[in-house]
Ligand binder design. Structure first.
Ligand code: HEC
Length: 726
């Protein structure tokens, strides 16, 4: 019997011991400042590794235009002389080389010297000094880009990548806001030397090793002020190296409050001034560590936080009577019209408290009232609720009759509408026994249950917060209705870079949600010229596979293409199409965390240190044909050491080594694949469907999450299957 489940199963664990070959991985460690207000233009510093030869910036989403500034900025010596002569009259020269501020901030500084300090500077010299300090600032900042944010740009996060000599970088978040934003100005370490800021204010800052950033402010007795620090929420990757803490001091330097880890790792202080006076708020790393990626945005003032919109969704064609509320604000009523032709799914609603995400649905609405008892609903339904008390279990009961039995999907929206709820769904029968349960994962934080009911009766859906947290902002929405065939596909890396004539491995994972039994085919419609993808088909019940991208020898370094792969499945003669979700693997404390990205950028990078290929370029195998010799040729372009490869794709029923090692000095190896009468070659009965007739054989170096996995081109191996038994 052929075991379809184990067909083509290969273990990624087998790859664990293989060291990756050193290569320059383009990675953005920080954008600074990490965001900008709609309608503004500013220079943003780009820090990272492997970014040399930066030529272009790729941004997802609209409303943002980003252009790299020229790298070899030359300062005009004549302008520099004027700066030196005029700006050294009262104090030693304070130029851009040791202070970080934006081009606009430099204009303001020069004007302040003229206006407030009566610096004797004529208009013509002012222009030259401004031009000099701006150029010198850019020259000392390294790689910078001029970012122009459209006045009507939608607030929210974007992803920015740099394409350079080593290919496309990882993505880094950049936030479009509606708040005024300033940059911290060093030196501001000492509490007694903290610069005075006017509230409300949002400051962007960067914490260096040993650095503390202090801001002084004036408060009136009884004034309630909130200090809300965004770091982890800005860039989840920063959790590997940045633990921001907030300290609040009085004028004498006595500590009044401190916080860390309010919103996940991000701190928040909600404080009422005991007396009128001058106070200081300070940001630093818990362990006094610092790096270019230790970036934060600190909002200060009588600001609301934990804001929410409830209910977080509504039915198409209806107007929702919602409440806009939060801490440190008065709740207000808000009508949200949902157009009859609005697309079903998450959209954005602008409010006085910023932009909220809101779900448009098609089912009748149910809004949770007070009380924790089971509430009766009938399917299909869109349930809106929240977790308001510790360990609260919100229960919704429903009845199914003979006519309404069948497959149903319960899909929770919390993370996707900006709620802090860590959603957990449990489906129970009338006896209270659990039939199915689902919790969010790092890749998809909102849970979902697909369940087929075969017995009529009463059932209960239970919603809880898996982290046992609660608040008015812990809102959720569950869409509960008949299941439609559905699947999801993820691919990684999100930035495959490959040299001319080389190949790179892309992992493909499938989540078969409802009704998808057959093959899922993944294609790459957006590849740069000269790059081809191996055919990628995940067979029935195979949920993990790979694609190999190969660049022609004459592919042009620097060319790139943007766009996600596309996955197709056929159900009842109809083709279902899904965009694959590319993700970056963040290696955090020896664990892989998946960061979903909105696009994949495939780039032709520099020539690789080696190339490997399998010969012959196509093979046929059958139990009668016996063992097949596979030859592997390595072309070393200056890589002299040992180079290991994992052998991928070999299905059950064929014996082959898991890995091969090219010892220093060897450039040719062979290994043997031996067919048996099991697995793919297992005899099958006359009524059994034929098994797959091909697999792809490939070699890869390195392991997932630790850089590009360079590969051999994939070679098709045709399986001559035994005739069905009579
Ligand atoms: C007439 C005297 C005078 C001249 C000329 C002058 N400054 Fe200043 N500057 C000051 C004084 C006083 C301070 C410190 C007090 C303060 O910051 O308000 C200062 C502070 C500064 C600071 C630190 C405070 C900040 O805003 O970051 C910078 C930078 C600076 N000056 C740059 C310049 C530049 C550039 C020029 C040339 C355009 C210039 N100064 C010319 C008097 C002068």
């Amino acid at each position: 019997m052929m075991n379809i489940r184990s067909f083509l199963a290969f273990s990624l664990l087998a790859l664990a011991p293989l060291p990756a070959l050193a290569q320059a991985l383009p990675r953005i460690a920080a954008l600074y400042p990490p965001g900008a207000r709609a309608g503004s233009t500013l220079d943003v510093a780009i820090r990272g590794g492997g970014l040399d030869g930066a030529r272009e910036v790729v941004v997802n989403g609209g409303g943002l235009s980003v252009k790299l500034n020229e790298l070899n900025i030359k300062v005009d010596p004549a302008e520099q002389k004027i700066f030196q002569a005029k700006c050294a009259l009262c104090h030693e020269l304070r130029g851009p080389a040791n202070i970080s501020r934006t081009a606009d901030q430099w204009v303001a500084t020069v004007d302040r010297m003229i206006r407030d300090k009566a610096a004797p500077i004529e208009a013509a010299d002012r222009a030259k000094i401004v031009s000099y300090v701006q150029a010198a600032a850019r020259a000392s900042a390294g790689l910078t880009a001029r970012v122009t944010v459209a006045a009507d740009a939608t607030p929210g996060a974007r992803e920015i990548r740099v394409v350079g000599a080593n290919g496309s970088s990882t993505a880094f978040p950049f936030v479009v806001t509606t708040e005024p934003e300033t940059l911290e100005v060093e030196p501001n370490n000492a509490v007694d030397k903290a610069p005075l800021v006017t509230l409300p204010q949002t400051v962007s800052g960067q914490v260096a090793a040993g650095d503390t950033d202090s801001f002084a402010f004036q408060a009136e007795q009884g004034q309630r002020l909130v200090f809300n620090c965004n770091a982890y929420r800005l860039n989840p990757g920063s959790q590997a190296f940045f633990f921001p803490v907030l300290y609040l001091y009085d004028e004498k330097g006595r500590e009044l409050a401190r916080n860390n880890g309010y919103f996940s790792l991000d701190p928040l202080i909600d404080w009422t001034a005991p007396a009128s006076g001058r106070y200081v708020i300070q940001v630093r790393d818990m362990l006094y560590r610092g790096s270019p990626g230790s970036i934060y945005r600190l909002s200060m003032g009588a600001l609301p936080y934990k804001t929410y919109l409830f209910p977080p969704g509504g039915r198409r064609g209806e107007t929702v009577a919602a409440t806009l509320g939060g801490e440190n604000m008065k709740a207000a009523a808000l009508s949200v019209p949902v157009a009859a032709d609005a697309p079903v799914g998450v959209r954005q609603v602008s409010t006085a408290q910023g932009v909220f995400r809101f779900v448009a649905g098609d089912y009748p609405e149910f809004v949770e009232g007070a009380g924790g008892e089971a509430r009766e609903v009938s399917l299909p339904v869109s349930i809106n609720g929240r977790v308001l008390a510790e360990a609260e279990e919100d229960r919704y009961s429903f009845k199914l009759t003979k006519e309404t039995l069948g497959a149903y999907t319960f899909e929770l929206f919390a993370d996707r509408v900006g709620s802090p709820l860590v959603g957990k769904l449990t489906l129970r029968n009338a006896k209270g026994q659990s039939l199915a349960t689902s919790e969010g994962t790092t890749a998809a934080r909102d849970p979902r249950i697909d369940y087929t009911f075969s017995q009529e009766g009463e059932y209960t859906l239970e919603v809880t917060d898996a982290a046992r947290k609660f608040s008015e902002a812990h809102v959720y929405r569950v869409s509960a209705g008949p299941s439609a065939p559905d699947f999801a596909v993820t691919v990684s890396p999100d930035n495959p870079n490959l040299g001319p004539g080389s190949s790179v491995y892309v992992s493909v994972r499938v989540q078969r949600r409802v009704g998808i039994r057959g093959d899922i085919e993944v294609t790459f419609p957006n590849l740069p010229p000269g790059v081809t993808a191996s055919p990628t088909i995940l067979r029935a019940d195979q949920n993990q596979g790979f694609a190999i991208l190969t660049a022609a020898a004459d592919a042009k370094p620097g060319s790139f293409a943007i766009g996600a792969p596309v996955a197709k499945a056929v159900v009842d003669g109809k083709t279902l199409v899904r965009d694959a979700i590319p993700y970056e693997i963040l290696r955090i404390n020896n664990n892989n965390q998946l960061a979903p990205r909105t696009n994949m950028v495939v780039t032709i990078g520099p020539e690789m240190g080696w190339r490997v290929r399998i010969e012959p370029g196509a093979m046929t195998m059958s139990p009668e044909g016996g063992p097949v010799e596979v030859k592997v040729r390595l072309e070393r372009n200056g890589s002299d050491g040992d180079i290991p490869f994992a052998i991928l794709g070999v299905p059950q029923g064929i014996q082959a080594p898991g890995a091969i090692l090219f010892k220093k000095g060897t450039n040719e190896l062979t290994f043997t694949m031996t067919p048996s009468n099991t697995g793919v070659f297992a005899p099958r009965g006359a009524n059994q469907p034929p098994g797959p007739t091909q697999f792809l054989l490939a070699l890869i170096n390195g392991r997932e999450g630790e850089g590009m996995q360079m590969a051999s081109p994939a070679v098709p191996v045709t399986l001559a299957l035994p005739a069905p038994q009579k």
